[in-house]
Design a protein around this ligand. Structure first.
Ligand code: AMP
Length: 280
């Protein structure tokens, strides 16, 4: 695996590969890699000639400075994992490579309702920061294909919208959520759970599964309230647990078979905020 820090050098290298007709697939990450990230690398390797990964913890997408300060960093083991998984290129930019001056941070994206609901509502400015970094990374790297995880369902919707505004966007692949054997969605933030919190964490997925299995035609409000109350009784602080339309994330108030729905949840265990979702 070749590691690049300089955006100009990696651009030159990628251009020479693309001139040879090789298809570049790209997996953006914030590091602290786990098998969920590696599943994206594997999907990329199966689809493209060259697999490119980046690690950059983007300060502008953190609406909470503590969360940014405490974001786990495991660079040495990340590099080993990527090498083992057959990743070809790793881009490790510094903050000034991504944001050379303040003008790069000032753009505003029209995301409509997508940034008013769910993550958008509870993390103001988060998706603006996500769009800034993704547009910068895509402008530098210009990959043919882009691999994202369904774990960040709303982020996939936002980035898909962003891609529609770009000149030569990569083809988007959304990869399934990888879970621990007890159902907990793998996440870099799981590293920060203490043993008791870790033991409780799988209840999030258990609740989503319970809800899915008990869906019946008609009003969903009662079912949703019960799910929130079950989690809160166990000690979670639930920010949202909502059933939404998969296309635009509008709330689904009634259920009928054939609808394309998704249940999305964000909940704190102690100080750690976890998100998950389940397609219906
Ligand atoms: P992050 O490093 O958290 O920014 O994640 C980088 C990419 O990996 C994003 O596209 C995530 O959606 C994806 N990802 C994170 N966790 C998982 C998981 N458990 N399963 C599949 N993809 C994941």
């Amino acid at each position: 695996m070749i590691i690049f820090k300089d955006p100009h050098k990696i651009r030159q290298h990628l251009e020479s590969l693309q001139k040879k007709g090789l298809k570049i697939g790209y997996v953006p990450t914030m590091g602290a890699l786990h098998p969920g990230h590696i599943s994206l690398v594997n999907q990329c390797r199966q689809t493209c000639d060259v697999t490119l990964c980046s690690i950059f913890v983007n300060p502008v997408q953190f609406n909470n400075s503590e969360d940014f300060k405490n974001y786990p960093s495991t660079l040495e083991s990340d590099i080993l994992l990527l090498e083992e998984s057959g990743c070809d290129l790793l881009f490790l930019p510094g903050e000034t490579d991504i944001y050379p001056d303040s003008s790069f941070r000032n753009k505003h994206y029209e995301l409509g309702n997508l940034e008013q609901v769910l993550e958008g509502k509870f993390r103001p400015g988060h998706f603006q920061g996500v769009c800034l970094v993704v547009e910068r990374l895509l402008t530098i790297l210009q990959p043919d294909d882009l691999f994202l995880g369904q774990k960040d369902f709303q982020q996939c919707k936002v980035i898909s919208l962003l891609l529609h505004t770009m000149g030569r966007p990569p083809r988007l692949h959304v990869c399934p959520i990888v879970r621990e054997t007890d159902g907990l969605a793998m996440s870099s933030r799981n590293l920060r759970l203490n043993p008791e919190e870790r033991a409780l964490a799988p209840q999030i997925f258990k609740n989503l599964t319970f809800l899915k299995e008990h869906l019946r035609e008609g009003n969903l409000t009662q079912l949703q309230k019960e799910a929130v109350s079950r989690l809160e009784t166990l000690g979670f602080k639930v920010e949202y647990l909502e059933l939404c339309n998969t296309e635009n994330l509008d709330p689904l108030n009634r259920w009928s078979p054939g609808l394309h729905g998704v249940i999305l949840v964000a909940a704190f265990i102690g100080k750690i905020r976890l998100i998950d979702n389940l397609l219906l």
